[in-house]
Ligand binder design. Structure first.
Ligand code: AMP
Length: 417
């Protein structure tokens, strides 16, 4: 299947070719014709599936096929959960729109930076607004824009928007939109909250489910290394040195750990930067830019970097701390092996039963078994507590979260005889 057979205009087909998209991805093949036909859609697809272009391409075409109003009015509104995703969607739109006969005015809006340049930029309107919910409401309160002409609304990473507690903000924004409009939901998963919102907001939606794990599993080699907690930084250094990785994204559990591990790596002469929610937006953007340009070799991040961020040619992701849930695991490892490239995801599994059991639960949820490896010189010396039976019932066990103190005590008691 080709992009032109999906009904896209020559200018858009030209742009996708220029960006080396040879064939449409699965989500693009299903979603583009439906969106062009004006349908609502509920799409479950993760970052890495090509979902951004799946809505950007048809929305650009719809925008440019309508007569332009004399003053620019916001016709397309794209709501995203994070600043990084807003910037990324804006960048994709800019690239894809470049051969269209008329210019497209985009406004990328997010908090954490001064509001004034955004207000100035919105003067005279914008064709497409890409925004996080909070800052959009601030701008609406200041009458910096109107949503009364919006024809198409996209909720990108709808599950994440709700996870981050944007439900009230969404309700307030939706109340300002015209009833007659096209609404598109893109979400990695469709939990009950998203389903309810979709039922309230979508009219006869086309449902598309792209099994990203299955599609992408062959591209990501998953490994698990058993190591003592206190040896992890040394092991990480050893792997960076011996495996000659060009760049590594390392996930840790806390902001403090992100800072600490980055400092330790820097002390060892490795160019590393922390990345977490407490850094200023300017710093976060800078770190990402430097990482993308290979000026920084290692980024040590909390889960704020687990979703939405698209770094091409990222060869390795390391779970220094295990993710809290199997969904987070999927998102983290999905930062590598993108767009058909091969990727490697390594998880450090520490030699205590809680960590081991937690990783087993992640394996069960993913229906796979990953061999535990030991690296010479880093063999664990912590005495492992005997493995504890993990409840295979998906509703039982530790619900995909790290076990708490009680879980650990219970596990020890079960194994004491
Ligand atoms: P997304 O799922 O939107 O985050 O996109 C993931 C990556 O895939 C981005 O780097 C896109 O540039 C790239 N991409 C999107 N569509 C295609 C395609 N049809 N062929 C190749 N790469 C693509």
């Amino acid at each position: 299947m080709s992009f032109s057979s999906l009904g896209l205009s020559p200018a858009l087909v030209h742009a996708v070719r220029e960006h080396a998209y040879t064939d449409p991805s699965a989500v693009q093949s299903s979603a583009i014709p439906a969106i062009l036909a004006g349908r609502d859609a509920l799409v479950s697809a993760q970052t890495g599936s090509g979902k951004t272009a799946a809505f950007c391409l048809p929305l650009l075409q719809l925008l440019h096929s309508k007569p332009r109003l004399s003053a620019r009015t916001v016709q397309t509104l794209i709501l995203v959960p994070t600043r990084e995703l807003a910037a990324q969607v804006g960048e994709t739109l800019r690239k894809l729109a470049q051969h269209l006969p008329q210019p497209t005015k985009l406004a990328v809006i997010f908090g954490g930076v001064s509001i004034n340049p955004q207000m100035l930029h919105l003067r005279g309107g914008a064709d497409i607004v890409i925004s996080t919910p909070g800052r959009l409401l601030d701008l609406l309160e200041q009458n910096a824009l109107s949503l009364s002409n919006v024809c198409s609304l996209v909720l990108d990473e709808a599950d994440r928007l709700l996870d981050l507690g944007f439900s009230d903000e969404l309700t307030r924004i939706i109340a300002l939109l015209p009833e007659q409009r096209q609404t598109l939901f893109f979400s990695a998963t469709i939990p009950a909250q998203v389903e309810v919102l979709a039922q309230n907001m979508l009219r006869d939606p086309l449902r598309i489910a792209i099994d990203t794990i299955a599609t992408h599993a062959p591209d990501i080699t998953q490994r698990a290394i058993v190591v003592d907690v206190k040896q992890r930084t040394q092991l990480l250094r050893h792997l960076i040195d011996t495996q000659k990785w060009s760049r590594v994204l390392v996930f840790v559990a806390t902001k403090y750990a992100a800072e600490l591990v980055a400092v330790k790596l820097r002390r060892a002469g490795i160019n590393a930067e922390p990345f977490h929610g407490e850094l200023s937006q300017g710093k976060r953007s800078q770190v990402l830019m430097d990482f993308k340009a290979s000026r920084v070799k290692v980024v040590v991040a909390t889960d704020v970097a687990a979703r939405g961020i698209d770094i091409s040619n990222l060869p390795v992701v390391v779970n220094y701390d295990l993710p809290r849930s199997s969904d987070d695991y999927t998102h983290r490892i999905g930062r590598t092996g993108r767009a058909g490239e091969a990727g490697l995801a390594i998880s450090f599994v520490c030699a205590d039963s809680a960590n081991e059991n937690h990783f087993r639960l992640i394996e069960q949820r993913h229906q796979q078994k990953i061999m535990r490896e030991k690296i010479a010189g880093f063999e664990p010396t912590d005495i492992p507590v005997n493995a504890v039976a993990v409840d295979t019932d998906t509703n039982g066990g530790i619900k995909g979260k790290r076990p708490n103190k009680k879980d650990k005590l219970r596990a020890l008691a079960n194994n004491s005889d």
